[in-house]
Ligand binder design. Structure first.
Ligand code: ADP
Ligand code: MG
Length: 578
């Protein structure tokens, strides 16, 4: 028999879409405060936001009439006609956030001397409020206390608190001119003062990742219909995953694989495989070209000119990075770049890291202004460099001698051998050496304090069945509580990277062979010399001695890491034919 559901139940069902945990309340309340034009917002959470969340802003405030209706279904001041839906300039527009929050908690809104509470759908009376704050204060208490099934899906308070902080930081990235503070159980956890856009990104990176401000590049590009602004780290600071590439469309942080790929493609000449920048891309686009009305949390959107936009993003990043390389390489006597001709100075002062065991051939007499970036030459060189020789040839080379020339781009170790320059990717090469070492040396270390981490339900189930795959690698795991795991031992070679191992374990379910393959490189990778590290000649030679001998110079991820350029092709490039 079909029955009409009662109103409170309908409201709760609808609320489930918008509000699934404390951080979604933070998202909605912050969106409202931002829409109200606030310049300073303070957030207090208790018990990870499950016990209470309070957001105080200094925005426009709400009239008594608005206070009365704010928690009703589809109550919004932001749109009124269907056409408005296609030119939204506010963060909210669906009029369902406060309504949903009121369905699963006790919410109190205080503004302009009035105060109103709605407790799990039941409305309280309008009251006077004596506090003299400007703007609006919203308190949300006892989330899901009347919906135990939903409460069960929440994580531990500390984890929920971390998600709330991440949400606040995400909003702060999109609104740099607004001051944000967040207190968790009375402790100030986030304080981001009003800042310029780039500084805001730097503040967030230094807060979350111990970053130094000088390590960023700024990117800009404008067209008639959109504006791009990006801040990203330089090739010295990178991650091995894409998790810190953030994309904002009209101030909403969205999950969009193709735009993330557009960013990594832009970096592909700077960051070799497996390395990704920290990046924030802010896209401001004509609201008529974008539809946020497809996802309740506005995590996704449809963009009408997506392909064009992606291409634009890649080009913006790539061309600007190339320009930068050109600038850096044409600076006189910069210690990193002595191999480009310097018209004035004697080039004998080349940095020791390039001197190696072999002098660098010097040319004189170029005009710096003539140092054009010759695209076709580079393309040619790249083609030549792409041709990797079959393994047997590397074996032969190893039997003979080589001369270490030096390190270039802080990425390649260069050796001259038999009419060729061999370029060895220092990171991949070292990773491979560690990988081999790891295979030969399976010493393990017991951690003084076991490393504790929380996992999702599916990972928990997977680990209960399969934790043996990790013990085979010297990683002993125990499970002290539901959803909580601890690392008790790790391979000696992976000392200090427990956090990385834990995050690997958290994200790994499914194909065991695949996990084993990736785990190896995770264990070896972190300890490896990175791209961007300066490598002294002794270390370089130790690496070259090993890798030039290898039958198959491939890294644990399967990438060939040695490439070469022949004397012949260099000669041809400058018009000398033998
Ligand atoms: P939406 O944001 O989609 O309009 P909400 O349910 O989030 O819907 O909010 C309902 C209305 O309450 C908003 O349209 C706005 O008019 C008002 N409101 C909510 N929070 C605030 C605030 N912090 N300051 C001023 N007005 C607010
Ligand atoms: Mg809203």
């Amino acid at each position: 028999m079909i029955k009409q559901l009662d109103a409170a139940l309908v409201q709760r069902i609808a609320a489930g879409e918008v509000i699934d945990r404390p951080s979604s309340i933070i998202r909605e309340l912050l969106d409202n405060s931002l829409d109200a034009g606030s310049s300073s917002i303070t957030i207090w959470i208790e018990g990870g936001g499950i016990d209470s969340i309070t957001v105080q802003d200094n925005g426009s405030g709400m009239s008594e009439e608005d206070l009365r209706s704010a928690c009703h279904a589809h109550a919004t001041s932001k749109i009124s006609t269907i056409d408005d839906l296609f030119r939204i300039r506010t963060m909210g527009f669906r009029g369902e956030a406060l309504y949903s929050i009121a369905a699963c908690s006790a919410i109190t809104i205080v503004s302009r001397g009035k105060k109103k509470t709605v407790d799990n759908t039941s409305e309280g009376p309008m009251q006077d409020d004596l506090s003299s704050e400007s703007g609006t204060r919203i308190e949300v208490k006892d989330l899901f206390s009347q919906i135990p099934a939903r409460k069960m899906f929440l994580k531990r308070p500390a984890t929920e608190a971390a998600m709330c902080m991440n949400m606040a930081v995400e909003k702060a990235l999109a609104f740099p001119s607004v001051e944000f503070k967040l207190f968790s159980d009375q402790e100030l956890k986030v304080h981001l003062p009003s800042a310029e856009p780039r500084q805001r990104v730097i503040d967030v990176l230094s807060r979350d990742h111990g970053f130094l401000g000088s390590d960023t590049d700024e990117f800009r590009s404008d067209s008639d219909t959109f504006k791009l602004y990006g801040v990203g780290t330089t090739s010295e600071s990178y991650r091995s995953d894409r998790s810190q590439i953030k994309v904002f469309v009209n101030s909403h942080c969205i999950e969009d694989f193709s735009l993330v790929t557009a960013i990594t493609n832009g970096y592909s000449e700077q960051f070799p495989g497996g390395r990704f920048p920290y990046f924030c891309l802010f896209i401001t686009i004509d609201p008529e070209l974008v539809d946020f009305n497809i996802h309740p949390a506005k995590r996704e959107c449809r963009i009408r000119i997506k392909a064009q936009l992606s291409g634009w993003v890649t080009t913006m990043i790539r061309s600007q990075l190339r320009k930068k390389i050109r600038q850096v390489t044409s600076q006189p006597r910069h210690e990193e770049q002595p191999f480009l001709p310097d018209q004035k100075s004697s080039t004998a002062e080349a940095s020791p890291s390039y001197g190696g065991q072999h002098g660098i051939v010097q040319h004189q007499g170029f005009e710096r202004s003539d140092l054009k970036f010759d695209q076709s030459w580079f393309e040619n060189a790249r083609k030549v460099m792409k041709k990797t020789e079959p393994p047997s040839q590397f074996e032969e080379i190893a039997k003979r001698l080589y001369i270490y020339v030096g390190q270039v781009f802080r990425l390649f170790l260069v050796a001259e051998k038999d009419g060729k320059l061999m370029f060895v990717d220092q990171h991949a090469a070292h990773e491979r050496i560690l990988y081999d070492e790891f295979c030969n040396n399976k010493q393990i270390q017991r951690l003084l304090i076991p490393y504790r981490f929380e996992v999702e339900r599916d990972t928990d189930a997977f680990l209960l069945e399969n934790s043996y795959i990790y013990s085979d690698f010297g990683i002993e795991l125990t499970r002290p509580e539901d959803l909580i795991w601890e690392i008790d031992t790790i391979p000696l070679i992976s000392k200090g990277v427990e956090d990385r191992i834990a995050s690997f374990i958290k994200d790994s379910t499914g194909d065991i062979e695949e996990i084993e393959k990736n785990l190896f490189s995770t264990l070896a990778c972190k300890a490896a010399i990175k791209a961007g590290d300066e490598v002294d000649s002794l270390t370089a030679i130790a690496i070259l001695d090993k890798v030039l001998k290898m039958e198959k110079p491939v890294c644990p991820h399967g990438r060939i890491f040695i490439t070469e350029i022949t004397e012949q092709s260099l000669r041809e490039a400058v018009g000398r034919f033998k």
